[in-house]
Design a protein around this ligand. Sequence first.
Ligand SMILES: CC(=O)SCCNC(=O)CCNC(=O)[C@H](O)C(C)(C)COP(=O)(O)OP(=O)(O)OC[C@H]1O[C@@H](n2cnc3c(N)ncnc32)[C@H](O)[C@@H]1OP(=O)(O)O
Length: 170
Amino acid sequence: MSADPSAITVRPARTSDVRGMQGLIEPYVHRRILLGKELVNLFEAVQEFVVAERDGELVGCGALHVLWEDLGEVRTIAAAQGSLGRGVGHAMLVALEDRARRLGLTRLFCLTFETAFFSRHGYAEVAEQVVEPEVFAELLRSPDGGVAEFLDLAHVKPNTLGNTRMLKRL
Ligand SMILES: CC(=O)SCCNC(=O)CCNC(=O)[C@H](O)C(C)(C)COP(=O)(O)OP(=O)(O)OC[C@H]1O[C@@H](n2cnc3c(N)ncnc32)[C@H](O)[C@@H]1OP(=O)(O)O
């Protein structure tokens, strides 16, 4: 294993990464830090994900979900437990933010316990809703559980207890 952070490669996820991604996320699901994802949901969302590799080994994954015309959410960002604090999270977040800019997004939301990590990357806590009531009403039509969490709907509040809502202007 190299200690050189430049040895981290971030690339779009492929279907062959999905089982590894689930394995990588699993310890954090067990600790109730991340919400569990069924394999089918990870396959369905594979185009949202980037993965990080070091020396050919999967050491991280993270996703960008588009919520609205100007707004996206970074989701399920996880560095492998053996690779924490070595720049994996940073490299993936930079890649997801680049992707967001190329899509035309100007704001990124996240829901996290890792407030220091996201603050260092320009995210600030937001208490209130960050969309207009008309957009809120449109987003209510989404079947996506993460959107329900973004909207802070009562039935998903147990999933988000203790998390902080944060926003970054790109
Ligand atoms: C929106 C969401 O996805 S919320 C969910 C976020 N994910 C989780 O909570 C799952 C569990 N946590 C994790 O997987 C990780 O802790 C993450 C994803 C939050 C951060 O990933 P990491 O790879 O550990 O972050 P990264 O290494 O880039 O930065 C963390 C620290 O390491 C430092 N660092 C960065 N590169 C290096 C390096 N090469 N060598 C040593 N330290 C480094 C950073 O400066 C930072 O230090 P600081 O905390 O003193 O400022």
